[in-house]
Write a protein that binds this ligand. Sequence first.
Ligand SMILES: NC(=O)c1ccc[n+]([C@@H]2O[C@H](COP(=O)([O-])OP(=O)(O)OC[C@H]3O[C@@H](n4cnc5c(N)ncnc54)[C@H](OP(=O)(O)O)[C@@H]3O)[C@@H](O)[C@H]2O)c1
Length: 245
Amino acid sequence: MSLKVHQPRLECRRMQIDVLADFKKIFVKNMTVGFKTNWNITLTIQIQLLYYCQYFHFRLINIIFERTTYNHQKMEKCIIVAVADNWAIGKNNDLLWHISEDLKYFKKTTMGSPVIMGFMTFKSLGSKPLPKRKNIVISIFPWDDAPSGITIVKSLEEAYQEAEKPDENGQIPEKCFVIGGGYTYKEAMQFSDTLYITHVHVSREDAEVFFPVIDPVVWRTESVSAVHNDPETGYDYQFVIYKRR
Ligand SMILES: NC(=O)c1ccc[n+]([C@@H]2O[C@H](COP(=O)([O-])OP(=O)(O)OC[C@H]3O[C@@H](n4cnc5c(N)ncnc54)[C@H](OP(=O)(O)O)[C@@H]3O)[C@@H](O)[C@H]2O)c1
């Protein structure tokens, strides 16, 4: 329960003092006391406090019941990506590696949240939506035979607006994830709050698509996992979370 006491509005005070100008030792205060309840109802009680001849008097002005929703939280804009030490992320519209623990991490982290991707990344996923996530694909071209289960938008801004729409339970998602690729990441960096980066400790000079450099002036490291090794590729990798400073 929260309790708020507001200062009286100036014009109210002046009005009361005019009315009661003949009395001595009087002061008047209008007070608003608000209660938040567990049923999305705000109860506001407005009272007037008068002090006259050493006695306090209360006068009830108003009782207001308001239906409210407290779902005003901002959706966290996130990026998730696996990058090589030379910032490489892709080649021939495919990943540079398949690290099964990283794919599990991706699935666990993004599950239930809207995912936003460029058209090329959607193609690289076999033109199929990722299950149990709202899939938003950016493309400027009209797409008559679009597969079901995806939402097509024309810009990143529109993609964020789509992601922020309430779900079937009326809830705004806590997070959304830009999941690729290079073109889309570059644009999304400036809007993102959090980066989920898998640093793959290899330099891939054969790559064609790159992630933008993470500037430590802009980003602080929030958490760093231990170094793991992928038995298939032999690559070492680490999960790092960065937050905008
Ligand atoms: N390592 C990783 O974690 C990771 C993750 C994801 C992807 N990747 C790799 O990244 C590569 C694909 O990246 P990419 O840079 O080629 O393509 P992309 O970012 O996936 O898609 C680019 C396309 O998306 C559309 N698009 C994106 N943003 C747009 C905007 N703001 N306005 C209008 N259209 C927009 C455009 O398609 P239209 O021309 O149809 O408008 C654009 O050509 C692949 O190799 C993939 O495997 C790597």
